[in-house]
Every structure is written in C-alpha cells, then in structure tokens.
Design a protein around this ligand. Structure first.
Ligand SMILES: Cc1ncc(COP(=O)(O)O)c(C=O)c1O
Length: 400
C-alpha cells in the first residue's frame, strides 16, 4: 500500500541523524522541471536538487545511459580502466583548459583532491590555502576549514590548520595574507550558498595576477557554477581568467553522485601513484550519466537558448524587485543561478516566503539568509518562468 507524506516523514524522522531541516514532503517522482510528492501534489522545481538536475528530472538521455550502463557494468574500482570514465574525462578535457582529471564522488571530495594537489605540488612545503569570506567549499573537515563562514566551523574545532580567509571583493586583502607558507588561492567564480554573489572579471583577473606574482595555484571551485549553470559549460569561460585547478560535481551527473578535479598535466604530475584515491570515484554508472550530460549540453544551440531564457528570467525578476521595493532591492547572478536580493525587511520574511511558495507548489530556497535563490533546471521554459514569477508576486503581495 502506498504511503502519504506524513507517514513517510514519521518513518524518516525516527531513523535519521537530524542534520537536515527538510520541507514537509516525501518526493516520489520527477519529470523535467516538475516533482510530485507522496500526497500526489505537483511542484514546479526551481531548486533542481540544489543546482544538480540541470537537464531536468529524469532526462531521457541520462536515464538511458544510466540504465544501459547499470545493465552492463556497475563497479570495478579504480584498479581498472572503464569506458564511461575515460569518455567523461576526454569530454571534460576537450572542453576546458585542463588536460588531466581526477574523479571523485562529490564537491567536497573534489575540493579535497584540489587542496591535496596544491600542497603536494608546492615547493618548500608550503601548505596554506587562502579562500574568501562568504565562501562555501563543503562539509568535510578540510573543506569546512576552507569555507569562509564561521557558522560552519562552530562545534568542530580544532579545524585542520592551513586555511585563512580574505575579505570579499578586494584583492589587496588576499595579498595581505600571502606568506612563505601560502600555496594556493581557492574561490568560487560566483558564491552560490552565501547569497548568489558574483565575483567580477576584474577582481578575478587581479587574483590571477597575484597568484602568478607569488607562484600560487589558483583553484576555482566550480562545483555549483560549473556544467552550464552560469550560461557556459564553466563559469571561468566568461570571465577572462583561467585557473590552474577546477573542481566540479553537482550537475555533472544530473543527480548521480560524481565529482571531478581538473588540472594541467605539469601540475597533475605531483599526484603520483598512491598519493590519492577513491573506491567509487568515477564509478561507471555515474560517469555514463556525466557523458550523457556533457553530450546534451555541448549540442548546438544549448547555451544560446539558455542565455535567451536567462535574460528573460532576469527581466522578470527585476520587475518583481521594482514592484516590491520595500522587500527586494534587485537581482544578481548569471545564467540560471539567480538571486532576488532582499531588503532588511524582506530578509525578516525570507524563510517564510520560501515556505509560502512551497505551499503553493514552487520550490526555491533562501541563500545566505539574504537572497531568494532561483536555480531551476537549465531546460526551464518561459512559461515555467512566468508561473514562478506569478507565484513569487502573489506571495510578496501578501506580505503586509
Ligand atoms: C561551491 C561549492 N563547493 C562545494 C560544495 C560541496 O559539494 P558536495 O555537497 O557535493 O560535497 C558545494 C555544495 O553546495 C558548493 O556549492
């Protein structure tokens, strides 16, 4: 007998460690930009599994690739070569600055690999990584330490040493932290979790210049911005800056867990046999999903069409900000990683706005406690954008 939301939630809450504050719904099925819960309610999904299901739920090419691979070979470990993993690494290198890939299972793991590489590659035992305040790099101990938000550190001290955080927006603040121990600068080209904060091209170019001047590696965490999210396959491609190392995860498998660390051959050479590994990293089924994702996005017209819909979405959100100046100040972000920036008064209502939208069947979230974040599947249609705007408008209009 099928169970409803309340029954699933009761069962779940009696068995899980309570790390998550979940919406009161058990999701059963997805298709494109739509989800359905155990009560049969339909949702318009502008969260996409937190910027993961970029081709939409159950995209036919991905589902086909996963099913075919699962029927052929699911796992052999990295003691062997496998076809999908090689194809995926070839696609990633052919379409980026990089020519070497290490496969992981998540964003945090990809960042761990990047941090280990930066340390082992540096001369004279340099080990310190400079990241930015407001950044988010994951939940393992090293990536929590790299994350520039104290709320993620609390209760877990002492954190691994070798991580310092520079104030956001000013390259001099980074330069002031460079010592003879520094090996790398780590940053997201656009900070997603802390409130959709883009780093502009000039700022990133200044960071690149600092890295060159001081012999540091520049690591871009493109876990959230990568794989099409900001309107090009990788965010760095729009910014006139090329990193030395780039990390990916989230949308790479459209929902299957896979991460990757990309770099150039000369740098990769520092991670020799036995220095790093993962049992599951680049698992054949997850890698087959990744191949299908990249082939779909690299097809003609994908990014041109995305840009048109992104421009339309930005315009509509700007219209919302203009209509509710007491609640919203404007829009920021790129591609389909967009934020409606709230005023102080709007921020007080932010969490409630998200809950009201959930009740109306629209899924978004409140990023960094200051911005309503919209990260729909990249295939979202103009009609779906209109529906989203209609719901947001009606919820904001209800705030007295
Ligand atoms: C920029 C960035 N880096 C790293 C991570 C961590 O990824 P994961 O949750 O797959 O470990 C996230 C997740 O939100 C992220 O946005």
């Amino acid at each position: 007998m099928s169970m409803n939301n309340a029954e699933w939630i009761n069962r779940g809450e009696s068995v899980f460690v309570g790390t998550y504050s979940r919406f009161p719904a058990a999701m059963i099925r997805g298709d494109g930009c739509r989800l359905w819960d155990a009560d049969g309610k339909e949702y318009l999904d502008f969260l996409a599994g937190i910027a993961v299901c970029s081709l939409g739920h159950c995209h036919p090419a991905v589902t086909r690739a996963v099913c075919e691979q699962a029927a052929k070979l699911m796992h052999v470990s990295n003691l062997f070569h496998t076809e999908p993993q090689i194809q995926l690494a070839e696609l990633l290198t052919a379409n980026s600055f990089a020519d070497r890939v290490f496969m992981a299972n998540s964003g945090a793991e990809a960042n761990e690999a990047a941090i280990k590489l930066a340390r082992i590659h540096s001369d004279e035992g340099r080990f310190e990584v400079i990241s930015l305040s407001g950044s988010f790099h994951g939940r393992t101990l090293a990536t929590v330490a790299a994350t520039g938000q104290p709320k993620f550190h609390q209760g877990f001290e002492p954190l691994p040493s070798g991580f310092v955080h520079a104030g956001f927006g000013d390259p001099h603040k980074i330069e002031a932290l460079i010592t003879d121990k520094t090996c790398a600068v780590l940053c997201e080209p656009l900070q997603g979790e802390s409130g959709v904060r883009p780093l502009d091209g000039a700022y990133l170019q200044a960071i690149r210049a600092l890295c060159d001047k001081h012999g540091l590696l520049l690591i871009f965490d493109e876990v959230q911005t990568g794989i099409g999210r900001t309107g090009s396959l990788f965010a760095y491609q729009q910014l006139g800056v090329i990193p030395d190392i780039m990390t990916l995860a989230k949308a790479l498998g459209n929902g299957l867990p896979i991460g990757a660390m990309l770099t150039r051959k000369e740098i990769a050479a520092s991670l020799g046999v036995g220095t790093h590994a993962s049992t599951f990293g680049g698992n054949p089924v997850a890698a087959a999903a990744g191949v299908a994702v990249l082939q779909t996005m690299l097809a003609d017209g994908f990014f041109a069409s995305l840009q048109g819909r992104s421009d339309y979405f930005v315009e509509q959100l700007q219209g919302v900000a203009a209509r509710f100046p007491g609640l919203a100040t404007g829009v920021r972000g790129r591609g389909m990683l967009l934020g409606l920036v709230l005023t102080e008064r709007g921020i007080e209502h932010g969490a409630d706005i998200v809950q009201q939208l959930f009740k109306k069947g629209l899924l978004i979230n409140f990023a960094g406690m200051r911005v309503l974040r919209f990260i729909p599947p990249l295939i979202v249609s103009r009609e779906e954008i209109d529906q989203c705007i209609e719901q947001v408008t009606s919820v904001l209009a209800d705030i007295k």
